[in-house]
Design a protein around this ligand. Structure first.
Ligand SMILES: Cc1cc2nc3c(=O)[nH]c(=O)nc-3n(C[C@H](O)[C@H](O)[C@H](O)COP(=O)(O)OP(=O)(O)OC[C@H]3O[C@@H](n4cnc5c(N)ncnc54)[C@H](O)[C@@H]3O)c2cc1C
Length: 346
């Protein structure tokens, strides 16, 4: 028996945002999540300026630290560009989740602590089975279960990534007053290390790189960063994520849609997963509100296109022989660097 309009698998930021957009559109929603209760995860935690209008539509204003722009460092070269109009915000995942959960609860969203196990669908409905043995039947199911999406796997849409292209991410927080209101990106020989201020006394440190990337070694290999963090105590446990990219050949099969990392994720190099995930959430609910799930894959392509192109380009550059000259190049061609940062600000 159909009990509601949409079942959302995964109460990460994108799943919760999807639930809020669905309630705002008058759809009844049930969310299930089988992960850690605090929702913490390896993430750089930078909300790019373009996320602000989406947060306003979601009705949340999570606490954090203003992000005025981006500074890239490589060796002794430094290049800086401010976001042109409005700042971004560094927000702890736990704060973001609390704000989204509160808003979802206020809107009447049911969140069940249960793990998705399997899926069936017919012409009128889709049913998920949970690890507690429940069958939940709704008009639509949305898989928001992240990079290693079981929903995407069960739909049979996951594409094998190209050989040798895999990257991984790590993050840990340190108790230190931010020394800058910018996202600072340090290029070492094999990792990119991102510093994001998330409060007046905490910075997040994230590293991206090939298999085996190690946060301590990455920091130690960048003397300027090592000196800044010397003596700062870890303020969270080390977390990792990957591998990426994760590719799906489509983001919809029948009555089941994929939103957020589950539907495809290139890399964290541009720090845009949340903005792009929230935009997908909005597009998916627009499609379902019109009972037109078939329009979603095209909308997905539209809202993710620039992210996919820019991210693939930057990852290719970071993996090429030009890697050691990226920041000097940006310094030599400030106009091009400005175009990239301005794009991130949208
Ligand atoms: C190192 C790193 C740095 C990053 N930096 C940034 C950044 O600075 N800015 C930015 O915007 N993005 C950044 N990203 C990307 C961002 O973290 C992701 O795009 C974002 O978390 C995607 O959200 P999501 O809700 O789709 O997936 P997730 O956050 O992964 O959430 C998935 C949810 O699904 C649940 N789940 C999984 N399987 C099941 C199941 N079987 N049953 C029930 N529930 C399930 C999980 O418990 C989880 O709650 C970064 C990523 C990495 C790895």
């Amino acid at each position: 028996m159909i009990t509601h309009d949409v079942t959302i698998v995964g109460a990460g930021p994108v799943g919760l945002a999807t639930a809020i957009f669905a309630r705002n559109a008058g759809l009844s929603v049930q969310v299930l999540d089988g992960g850690a209760i605090d929702g913490d995860k390896a993430c750089g935690e930078g909300l790019m300026p373009g996320t602000a209008p989406l947060l306003a539509e979601l009705g949340i204003d999570p606490p954090g630290h203003a992000l005025e722009g981006v500074v890239y460092h490589q060796g002794s070269t430094r290049v800086e560009h401010s976001f042109p109009e409005k700042p971004g915000r560094g927000v702890r995942r736990t704060e973001l989740r609390d704000a989204l959960v509160q808003r979802a609860h206020d809107g009447g969203v049911l969140i069940e602590r249960a793990k998705y196990v399997s899926l069936t669908q017919d012409a009128h409905s889709a049913t998920v089975t949970t690890d507690s043995g429940h069958y939940i039947t709704s008009r639509y199911v949305i898989g928001c279960d992240g990079l290693h999406s079981s929903v995407a796997a069960d739909l049979g849409v996951v594409k094998k990534p190209p050989r040798g292209a895999k990257r991984y991410g790590l993050r840990q927080h340190f108790a230190i007053a931010p020394w800058s209101s910018n996202i600072e990106v340090f290029y070492s020989s094999n990792a990119e290390v991102y510093i994001t201020p998330v409060s007046s006394d905490t910075v997040g440190v994230a590293a991206l790189g090939p298999k085996g990337v190690n946060l301590d070694s990455a920091i130690a290999s960048i003397p300027a960063l090592h000196a800044k963090l010397a003596g700062a105590q870890p303020a969270s446990t080390l977390r990792g994520a990957g591998p990426f990219p994760h590719k799906a050949r489509t983001q919809r099969i029948g009555r089941v849609l994929l939103v957020g990392d589950s539907g495809g994720y290139v890399d964290a190099i541009t720090g845009e997963g949340l903005r792009v995930g929230f935009a997908q959430a909005k597009a998916a609910i627009e499609a379902l509100s019109k009972d037109a799930p078939g329009t979603y894959p095209l909308a997905w392509k539209r809202v993710t296109r620039e992210f996919r192109i820019l991210t693939k380009g930057l990852v290719a550059l970071a993996s090429s022989p030009l890697r050691s000259s990226i920041v000097p190049l940006a310094h030599a061609i400030p106009g091009l660097f400005g175009v990239i940062v301005n794009r991130l600000a949208r």
